[in-house]
Structures are given as C-alpha cells and as structure tokens.
Design a protein around this ligand. Structure first.
Ligand SMILES: [Zn+2]
Length: 289
C-alpha cells in the first residue's frame, strides 16, 4: 500500500491534497481503534470486580464489537465466574439456616434413621449412611453424637446450657449471650432442619464432656474434610467465618447441601484453601433468579 502511494506521488503533484486527506483519515481511524480498545479493556476490569457474571454477559458483546482484538480477554473474564442456575426441586437442600434465617413456622420434616437413634431428613439419610459405611470400611470409625433435633429439643438444650453457664459463674444475661454463640436459637438450627450431623470418634466422645476444637487433630476430622463432600455434606461453621455464621468454629458439624454443591464447595477449598459458608457459596456461585 505504501509503494502504491509513492508511485502516485511522483506521477502527479495534483494528487498531494488527496493523499494528505487519505493520511488524515487513516490517522483518525487508528486513533478511534486505539481509544475503543482502551475503553473495552477497562470495561472488562470493572466487570470482574463489581458485576456478576450475568451482568457482564449482557454488556460485553456490545462493548467488544468496536475492537475484535480484545475479544479473547472479554471471554475469559466472563468465564471466570459462571453461576449455577438455582433449581428449587434439585437444590432443595441448598438454603441458609441460622440466627438471621429461621425455618418457616410450619416447618415439618420426614426423618429416617442413619445411625442407631440418630435420624436425618429422609431425602439425605441414605447419603449419610453411605458416608458412615465408607468410613467404617476404611477403618475410620465415625460416631454421630447428634443429628435431627426437634425445635422443642433445641429449646431444652439452650435452656440447659444457659443453666450450666450460670452455675459456672456467668450472669443470666452473659450466659444467654454466650449460649447463643454456641447453640443456634430454636428453629434456627441446621439440626432442626434434619440436614446436619455432629460427628466425632467414639473415643473422643467418651473422653470429652463437650465437643471442642481439639477434634480437628484427629484422623476422623481429616477423613471428613477429604470425603464428606462426596456424599453431599460440607463443614457448616469453618474457622474464621464466625462473623458470617454467628456460630463458633465447629470441626464436628456437617450439613447436607447436595452432591453437586458439596463438590463445587470442595473444589473452591482445594483451589483456595478457603471453606465457604453456605451463605457465601450461594452469593458467589448460585444464580437465584
Ligand atoms: Zn451441630
């Protein structure tokens, strides 16, 4: 193209204004392309930090039309967080239960035995049984100390624990505050929903009056972290997430969220070393629309 221009230049001096005009047009086009590319990449950064994948998907194709060279970057930014579409039927077990998220007043649950007298929601009981059997086959004896608990039983537990704390020197008010940090309010517990189990080893259970953090040093804890997700269960109250859950770190408490979500939550743990709470998981990975 440059050669052609030079030839035309030597052939006729009358062509100068035309060539200058063409050069001006080329420069203007180059400037427009550069500006468009700049604004596109800035747009994709903004999308990564402030918008959900849904929103980015909506705005990106229109923005990237101005410059095809930045299209691959846009695509990878959108793929970084692809939310899983919520399906009420399949995802029945994926919901937050806590002090700010009570079960509905009329909540009822059909239960099924998982270990001795311990029961769970019948829809997840078989997964729990499979998990306990798998551990037993690998000589990792798991012992379920608590599972489904009625709201009434939860209220009794709370009252009894408040009384224990008072007997240890807490005032009535202090005891209530402390108890609510350790025990969910009646109707606000994953145990009331029939989704959660407290799991330790029988040795641990026979030597500890209360469940405490020392359980995390036992092989049963390691096994649960490595395997519970395969059966749809996750650690509900991770260390460092007390502000979000409102509950102390409980290395013994596992709840059912379903196979697909437990696997995804485990994947996040494997890649980041961070246990998400169910709350965080829903916010970051689930499209509830
Ligand atoms: Zn528990």
């Amino acid at each position: 193209m440059a050669v052609k221009k030079r030839r035309r230049k030597t052939n006729s001096s009358a062509a100068y204004p035309v060539i200058l005009a063409m050069l001006a047009v080329v420069i203007v086009i180059l400037l427009i392309i550069t500006a468009a590319a700049g604004s596109c990449s800035k747009g994709s950064d903004d999308n990564e930090t402030t918008s959900s994948a849904q929103e980015s998907a909506g705005t990106t194709p229109a923005e990237s039309q101005g410059s095809t060279s930045s299209a691959p970057e846009e695509t990878s930014a959108v793929n970084a967080v692809v939310k899983i579409k919520y399906n009420a039927e399949e995802d029945w077990a994926l919901y937050v239960i806590g002090n700010d998220n009570p079960l509905p007043e009329n909540f009822t649950v059909e239960t099924k035995a998982v270990a001795g007298e311990r029961t769970l929601d019948s829809r997840c009981a078989d997964y729990a049984i499979q998990m306990l059997n798998a551990a037993a086959e690998q000589n990792v004896g798991l012992f379920v100390t608590s599972s489904y608990r009625s709201v009434q039983k939860q209220a009794e537990n709370m009252e009894s624990y408040i009384n224990t704390l008072i007997s240890q020197g807490y005032s009535q008010e202090e005891a209530k505050i402390q108890a609510e940090k350790e025990i969910a309010l009646p109707g606000h517990s994953e145990h009331n929903a029939g989704l959660a189990m407290d799991i330790v080893s029988s040795d641990y259970w026979s030597t500890h009056d209360d469940l405490d953090e020392s359980f995390e040093k036992l092989p049963q804890f390691d096994w649960l972290i490595e395997n519970s997700w395969k059966y749809g269960f996750v650690l509900s109250y991770p260390k460092g997430k007390e502000e979000i859950t409102g509950i102390i770190y409980e290395p013994w408490h596992y709840r059912f969220v379903g196979l697909k979500h437990a696997e995804k939550m485990h994947e996040v743990y494997e890649s980041t070393g961070e246990f998400l709470t169910v709350n965080e998981y829903i916010e970051q990975y689930i499209d509830m629309e």
